[in-house]
Design a protein around this ligand. Sequence first.
Ligand SMILES: [Zn+2]
Length: 270
Amino acid sequence: MRTYFKTAMIFCLFIFCFIFESNAYCLNIVLDPGHGDKSPGCAYTYDGKEIIERDLNHKMARFLKDELSNYKTKDDKNVNVYITCKKNKNPSLYERVKFGKKHNADLFLSMHLNAAPNREIRGAMVLVTHSHYDPNNKPTENNNKTKKKSVKNDLYVREEKIAKKIIKNLKNIGVTVPKNAKSNMAELKDGLLRRPADDGDTYPNGDASDWYGIIRHGVRNGILAVLVEHAHLSNSDDYYSFLSSDDKLKHLVHADALGIADYYGLIFKK
Ligand SMILES: [Zn+2]
């Protein structure tokens, strides 16, 4: 009986350590290459070759995963990086975020390229939430009254911080950041795009939810989720400067890595 008890104790300790180690002490980053399978995203022809957004997004996610594996947290823990899907799969936006939830994502980074009918338009933007709703913050009488205002370190604040760091690093390598613009549908400020849903859908605090699914599902699940439109595939300058070779794509996602490393205070291992 005593041996049984001892074995059970050791087993419980093992499980406890495993959960503690995998959830609490590592940084979990989930990369989500936009599109997949028969959903190609945008596509443009350069030098007689069709260049498909899906293919570049998946390459960028692999390159960024490789680069992030060179980092550790400042308290010497691993950075775990997961990719939501392979190129031949196209899970729904909800399933992609669910994958992030399953892997206890500290950060869910959706990776895309932009396109515009006006092919002069170029540059990067990051989609973030427009709302201060955060299911991690339990409503109190105080923050119920001030629901439109920031609660310390809520998803809005954290998404804004990390998105600004990514934009800053993209700008450093020469990617254009668009001018600020505001309409009744969306606000673009300092490269950050906030767009509320316009179909009447709301978060539990009464705010309109977010228009884009990855951001909306991220907020509903309490996950820091941002979507980076790295450059415009529709613009030839962006294409030839940042997208036309593997080395250029690696250079582009290096900016993501620097932004992420700066936000989390990561240390380069080598
Ligand atoms: Zn896309």
